[in-house]
Design a protein around this ligand. Structure first.
Ligand code: PLP
Length: 452
């Protein structure tokens, strides 16, 4: 993102902010569509909707041919509302061998009671991350006279991830069936008349192809152990997003080659075709989204200059939770639409309040800590893991300017909260140059309505 960012998906940022208010999440539909298309070599792109689950976004990825994951009764309801439909074929091995793929898969490490009820009501396939899930699902299926397939999410005993909080393998991770418990899970499944039809591993490997190879080999070994009932393997999610401009993009072709080799070896040894799924969340949504926020105060605390904006970790928690880096650009309130000369408030208050300075002068930025309005010192968008604040080079902002916090489409809105009784923001989808409100902002009345 360039230091001065006046447009998003072809639209003026100041006009978007004027029309929809701030803070506001904006998404670029074309970017999401492109990211789904990038993954076309895989048999199935199964969107991990927890990254960004607005119904309009779900409909968009469905139009692009992606299927969906659900991790809760709420996400099941969203998938259904977005038009994903379960089918009797979801449990028919012949149909799956012939290339049928279930639209919705429930994948988790536990069934809370509402989720188990919803899974049975809609007869959804499940991906089990703990032996107890097999027994709980199996018991209910047995009582209903259903003989279903289940897939197993395996923890191979090692992990990877951009932060310890998102590491999804190894002893330090709660996720998945421990790799030495596979035989026990197969026995449990058989006891209830279930069969194990797929193996899944979600160990984010990002751009690390050596690590990915290890994950593939581990998955193959488990699938061999389970044997010919395996029809589907899933590479999970974890494809990385270049949050910083200088980070490499994930090599999708290499990713596919690694997994396709696993699939082909497995198909050869099992003697039948094996479906290959990928399950991205971040990869589809992150780059498409930005959080627009208005500068409300600029102040100096000793040697540090703070820019305080109207969005906080109630809107975007990744910096506070993981020390995650998001690119930040400035959209001056009075930006000249031509972009090569920009009116900015004077750096020196003695000088005129408004003057035109050339972009080249703005390229010599100062550093600012960008923080939100919450009553919590961790409410800082520019911080490293461990909570150390870090000033960011930016053109000097003034009250009324907008900041564009980029690469915020994944784990942005979906992790937002009502902390400090802040209403959730609006969401806007830009498609073909048209901005469309896809969720109205909460009101304070919305916040109070369920309280007694
Ligand atoms: C969160 C999750 C994903 C998506 O992860 P990303 O890193 O966003 O791609 C995929 N599969 C499962 C099981 C998950 O829990």
């Amino acid at each position: 993102m360039s230091p001065i960012t006046t447009h998003f998906a072809g639209l003026s940022i100041t006009q978007l902010a004027e029309q929809f208010g701030t803070p506001v999440y904006v998404y670029d539909a074309a970017m999401i569509r492109q990211r789904v298309r990038d993954l076309a070599p895989f048999d199935v792109v199964r969107y991990a909707q927890k990254a960004c689950s607005n119904l309009s976004i779900l409909r968009l990825v469905r139009e692009e041919g992606a299927l969906v994951d659900a991790v809760s009764a709420g996400e099941i309801a969203r998938a259904l509302a977005a038009g994903y439909a379960p089918s009797p074929q979801d449990h028919d091995d012949d149909a799956i061998r012939a290339g049928h793929h279930p639209a919705i898969v429930y994948t988790a490490d536990v069934f809370d009671r509402a989720s188990l009820d919803a899974v049975l009501e809609h007869d959804l396939p499940v991906n089990c991350g703990s032996p107890d899930m097999i027994d709980q699902y199996g018991e209910r299926c047995h009582a209903l006279g259903r003989r279903r397939g289940v897939t197993l999410r395996i923890n191979p005993g090692f992990g990877h991830g951009h932060s310890q909080k998102v590491n999804t393998g190894g002893e330090g991770s709660k996720h998945g069936v421990w790799h030495t418990d596979v035989a026990d899970c197969v026995r449990r499944a058989e006891r209830w008349g279930l069969r194990v039809t797929g193996i899944h591993m979600h160990i984010g490997s990002g751009t690390d192809m050596t690590h990915l190879g290890k994950v593939g080999a581990a998955l193959e070994q488990v699938a061999q152990q389970v044997g010919t009932s395996v029809l589907t393997i899933s590479a999970g999610g974890g494809l990385s997003t270049p949050y910083r401009g200088d980070e490499p993009s994930v090599d999708v072709a290499a990713y596919y080659e690694t997994w396709n080799a696993v699939r082909e070896q497995l198909a050869a040894s099992l003697g039948h075709a094996v479906n290959l799924e990928i399950e991205p969340g971040r990869y589809l949504a992150a780059e498409s989204g930005a959080l627009l926020t208005e500068v409300r105060a600029v102040k100096r605390q000793g040697s540090v200059e703070y820019v305080l904006v109207d969005a906080g970790f109630n809107n975007l928690v990744r910096p506070a939770m993981y020390g995650a880096y998001h690119p930040i650009g400035l959209a001056p309130a009075n930006a000249d639409s031509s972009g090569d000369a920009i009116k900015t408030p004077a750096i020196n208050p003695e000088a005129s309040r408004e003057r035109v300075i050339p972009q080249s002068a703005i390229r010599n930025p100062q550093s600012f800590v960008v923080a939100g309005p919450l009553c919590e010192s961790g409410d800082v968008f520019t911080q490293k893991d461990g909570g150390f604040v870090e000033a960011r080079p930016l053109p000097r902002p003034a009250v009324g300017d907008l900041l564009v916090i980029g690469a915020a489409g994944a784990y942005g809105y979906t992790m937002a909260s009502n902390y400090n009784s802040k209403p959730l923001s609006a969401e806007v989808l830009v498609e073909n140059g048209e901005p469309r409100l896809i969720r109205r902002a909460q009101t304070v009345e919305d916040l109070l309505q369920h309280e007694i």
